[in-house]
Design a protein around this ligand. Structure first.
Ligand code: FAD
Length: 399
């Protein structure tokens, strides 16, 4: 019988693991260790309504304080795990305290990718992943300040939208020739380019950055590869995220751009599981290994881990292999994505891109694999049902 489970990481996946463990009847000790000062909170609003000031900090919390008490979850904040001991089956916190476990769950998420540029360490060059990051940015989020956003992905564009509404001058620099290139079709990229341009942001795609220049230790400008220099008060580096897998690497677990797990979330160590953004797993649906960064993935994979931990007869018949879905809010537009469109050979636009409500269906060998919807929730929900239902009939070739 499992007497003690320790969850490292008090985010979306960590909380869901703990909640489902209790719902499934786990009665042993349950400790959750998070290295942030706040109780577990949702990250999506950080680049949306929380940044704009339209959401109070309390509204970010995933569960009220009482939830942890009622469910006997020993939540410890400001508790950074320094390393794992496999021999003694323990974790060691940065204050030296050692905590033992029978089973361990790693739900450590991701962190912002470093910007490999001279000047990236200047004051005023920020990333956005946490409440503390937003607090650091807030004093410069005032009308007339000049913001340069490096990276035209979801977070960069959501912050651009909020910043424009709040009256900042915003320039977006994207190294690729179009926005969101990794995840959406050219039609959707063009739509968002026009949206942000219409709302007054300067958008530059295919533009390299060579350095960030400072004055008295503070950011002053961004130098571009074509020789231009943009004066600014704040730079947001939004060039992607990397998995927090150092604990697993140091302990000798299998890691490859994410902690490697099977369909039950089990790592290469039989007593250690992992879930959420920090994890890479093989998807039969997509014929390749994937690492997802989304709330859907954090919640559903955490449930799979908790089920595996509480079901002694777990037989892999319900292995985790989701139809991924995401969303992004920018100005009055809600983009919803069902499925991964990588490897599509045909994209069908349904509706009119000037109407602010349309969708793009992605096909591979005549089969629907993903749908990107712009203010069109019906097509999103339908796509989740249809793609989710049919996939086993006709597996996709590896991308
Ligand atoms: P996290 O929520 O990141 O939690 C991991 C926790 O573990 C963190 O608190 C971290 O500090 C802690 N930790 C790490 N290492 C240690 C350690 N050694 N010791 C103790 N604690 C540790 N997803 C969507 O689906 N839709 C969106 O619109 C969307 N918007 C987003 C906007 C922003 C600005 C960001 C940052 C993310 C957004 N996401 C969105 C992604 C989504 O928030 C993540 O996929 C989700 O939070 C992943 O949950 P997680 O539990 O795996 O990781």
């Amino acid at each position: 019988m499992i007497k003690k489970i320790v969850v490292v990481g008090a985010g979306q996946a960590g909380v869901q693991t703990a909640q489902t463990l209790r719902q499934k009847g786990y009665e042993g000790e349950l400790v959750m260790l998070g290295n942030e000062p706040q109780p577990p909170y949702q990250r999506p609003p950080l680049s949306k309504k929380f940044l704009s000031g339209d959401l109070a900090p309390d509204a970010l919390f995933i569960r009220p304080e009482a939830f942890f008490e009622v469910n006997a979850i020993d939540l410890r904040v400001n508790a950074h795990v320094d390393h794992l001991n496999l021999d003694s089956k323990s974790v060691v916190l940065s204050n030296g305290k050692e905590i033992f476990w029978d089973k361990l769950v790693l739900a450590t998420g991701t962190r912002a990718r470093d910007l490999p540029l001279p000047g990236a360490d200047l004051e005023g060059v920020v990333t956005l992943r946490s409440i503390s990051d937003v607090e650091r940015m807030k004093s410069l989020f005032v009308p007339g300040k000049k913001l340069v956003v490096i990276g035209g992905g979801y977070i960069g564009l959501e912050v651009t939208a909020v910043a424009r509404v709040m009256g900042l001058d915003v320039t977006v620099l994207e190294a690729q020739e179009r926005l969101l290139k990794r995840v959406v079709s050219p039609e959707i990229s063009t739509f968002f380019h026009a949206l942000h341009t219409d709302r007054g942001a300067e958008m530059h795609c295919g533009t390299g950055v060579t350095s960030i220049e400072g004055k008295d230790g503070k950011v002053a400008s961004v130098k571009l590869a074509d020789g231009r220099e943009l004066a600014c008060d704040l730079v947001l580096s939004a060039v992607g995220a990397v998995a927090n897998s150092e604990l697993a690497i140091a302990a000798g677990l299998d890691v490859d751009d994410g902690i490697l797990v099977d369909g039950a979330g089990q790592t290469s160590h039989e007593d250690i599981y992992a879930c959420g953004d920090c994890v890479r797993f093989f998807s039969e649906r997509y014929g390749r290994s994937i690492r997802l960064e989304s709330v859907q993935n954090a919640i559903d994979q955490a449930k799979a881990v908790a089920v595996a931990l509480t079901d002694a007869d777990h037989d892999h018949s319900h292995d985790y292999d989701p139809l991924p879905w995401f969303w992004s809010d920018q100005h009055h537009i809600k983009l919803q994505i069902a499925g991964l469109s990588n490897g599509y050979d045909d994209a069908v636009l349904v509706g009119d891109t000037s109407s602010d409500s349309f969708y793009v269906a992605y096909l591979a060998k005549g089969k629907l694999i993903a749908v990107d919807s712009i203010n069109h929730p019906r097509s999103h929900m339908m796509a989740r049902r249809v793609i989710g239902r049919d996939w086993k009939d006709d597996l996709l070739p590896p991308a």
